[in-house]
Design a protein around this ligand. Structure first.
Ligand code: SF4
Ligand code: SF4
Length: 84
């Protein structure tokens, strides 16, 4: 019989904020504010919910949780985000 390791369990629900997964990334998204039209498509598309909006405008990207996947850059209709 195989023992199961405790790593497969979430012991404390709601603890994901403690895991700053941003250290996984190899590239960071950089926004060209001159090109951005504040459509907020990137906010909706980010799988990590780390692109923040304020007053219906793009505010900032929380790099503590960004994994560098590049989806925001790919989905921006104005090509205002570049992975660097
Ligand atoms: S998707 Fe592009 S244009 Fe739209 S808010 Fe994000 S960076 Fe700006
Ligand atoms: S690179 Fe991926 S995780 Fe980082 S802000 Fe863009 S969509 Fe979100």
């Amino acid at each position: 019989m195989t023992d199961l390791h405790i790593g497969a369990k979430i012991i404390n629900p709601g603890s994901s904020k403690e895991n700053k997964t941003g250290s996984w990334k190899l590239q960071i998204p950089v926004v060209d504010r001159k090109k951005c039209v504040n459509c907020l498509n990137c906010v909706q598309q980010c799988p990590e919910n780390c692109i923040k909006a304020k007053d219906d405008k793009l505010d900032y990207i929380d790099l503590n949780y960004c994994k560098g996947c590049g989806i925001c850059a790919h989905e921006c209709p104005k090509k205002a985000i570049t992975m660097k």
